[in-house]
Design a protein around this ligand. Structure first.
Ligand SMILES: Nc1ncnc2c1ncn2[C@@H]1O[C@H](COP(=O)(O)OP(=O)(O)OP(=O)(O)O)[C@@H](O)[C@H]1O
Ligand code: SF4
Ligand SMILES: [Mg+2]
Length: 376
């Protein structure tokens, strides 16, 4: 077994500041449920590409908010690899740091947030140590984000078509007419009815679902290598959710795009993701192939999350609440962050924070009972 250690270091300089977010970025979260049995993602090109180097390699990322009330350690030593053509499902309760992880990778963490350590290597370049101008040029073209709040990602003074065309203008050689045509094509591909008409609509004239589709079209416009999709389908009805996930998967098969799917919807992860990363209070507590983790969750938090999925035939799509609350990230408890809510907690759990231990077969878990004390 090997261990991933969270090596604290002093805040460093050169961290990109939030600024012009580029295409698919904001000019400024809701649980769903699932049904058993959970279908596995079919093997295909994505599986064949798995052996290649990761398209995105995030290492020991820490991103904190420096507030008057204290330092909110929203992301506190997160690491994962995203394979070409693969989907990583990032799950966890509200406030665990999922969005902060995505924003940090893109250099879009708003003040008082700041990346304090880590790397996010895309291709051969560390996004976290890149001049803002270079990073801005990569957003949309190489890495894009579908934001949780579609309205905040759209410019109210530009039509839907103009916003998509703007992404294309920044990153392609298409002329004005071709960009306008491509924008309509993209709107059609994300299931917007009467796309030529909708391309001329202002954001406020579109429903929430339509706005979300425009944001998705913007993110996919330039075939980025990586898309961070933050609750991309929450605002959409179930049929459209499935359409959007299919569209993302088709794009992956075609271009080898890697996707980080941030969601509360564990069924969507089972359907669309290859790997799952379970986040709790700023850290990953369990990662691994979706099928294996869902069949045999090792961490008590993962078990609780999966145990709260509604069964087939139940109408409710909300996750059942796990007793207690995510701890205040500005005043973290000593030892295991889940101890106050864990039915298996014992005194040793509160002594030292467990490491994320590699169990082999692509699985990692942060729990002394799951890994055995000898492994620590
Ligand atoms: N601008 C901010 N200033 C201070 N703290 C913040 C700020 N934005 C987020 N936080 C805190 O950072 C932590 C992580 O927030 P984040 O939005 O990443 O959670 P999340 O996992 O995406 O939750 P959700 O599922 O509700 O979207 C939370 O404790 C949140 O309160
Ligand atoms: S380390 Fe202890 S408290 Fe934490 S999840 Fe494992 S058993 Fe529960
Ligand atoms: Mg969020």
């Amino acid at each position: 077994m090997s261990v991933e250690r969270d090596t604290a270091s002093a805040p460093r300089g050169g961290v990109p500041k939030p600024g012009n977010a580029g295409p698919g970025a904001p000019r400024s979260a809701a649980p769903a449920g699932a049904a058993r049995p959970l279908p596995a993602r079919p093997a295909g090109l994505a599986a064949a590409l798995a052996a290649e180097a990761p398209v995105l390699d995030v290492r020991n990322l820490a991103a904190w908010y420096f507030t008057d009330e204290g330092t909110v350690k929203a992301v506190d030593g997160v690491g994962f690899k995203l394979g070409k053509g693969k989907t990583l499902g990032l799950v966890g309760e509200s406030g665990c740091g999922k969005t902060a992880t995505g924003l940090a990778v893109l250099g879009l963490l708003p003040p008082p947030g700041r990346v304090v350590r880590g790397e996010a290597v895309l291709g051969r370049r560390d996004l976290l140590r890149m001049p803002e101008a270079d990073l801005a040029a990569m957003r949309g073209r190489d890495i894009a984000m579908i934001f949780q709040e579609p309205m905040s990602a759209l410019d109210p003074l530009m039509t839907a078509g103009e916003q998509i065309a703007e992404c294309l203008e920044m990153h392609t050689a298409l002329d004005r007419r071709e960009r306008a045509e491509k924008a309509v094509e993209l709107l059609a591909s994300v299931g917007v009815p009467e796309p030529a008409l909708r391309a001329k609509a202002w954001p406020h004239e579109l429903s929430g679902g339509m706005r979300q589709r425009v944001v998705i079209a913007m993110a996919l416009a330039c075939d980025p290598k990586v898309v961070i999709a933050d609750e991309p389908t929450t605002a959409l009805d179930v049929t459209v959710q499935a359409q959007i996930l299919d569209l993302i998967e088709d794009t992956q098969e075609r271009t080898g795009m890697g996707v980080i799917l941030v969601t509360h919807d564990l069924a969507a992860v089972a359907q669309a993701a290859d790997e799952v990363a379970v986040m709790y209070a700023g850290v990953l507590v369990e990662t691994g192939p979706v099928k294996d983790v869902y069949a045999h969750p090792a961490h008590p938090y993962t078990k609780a999350l999966l145990g709260s999925i509604p069964v087939v035939g139940q109408a409710a799509r909300q996750l059942v609440t796990i007793p207690g609350r995510v701890p205040n990230l500005a005043r973290l408890p000593s030892g295991c962050r889940f101890a106050d809510r864990c039915p298996l907690a014992e005194s040793a759990c509160r002594a030292v924070e467990p490491d994320l231990v590699d169990l082999g077969a692509g699985r990692r878990v942060r729990c002394i009972l799951a890994t055995g004390r000898a492994a620590r």
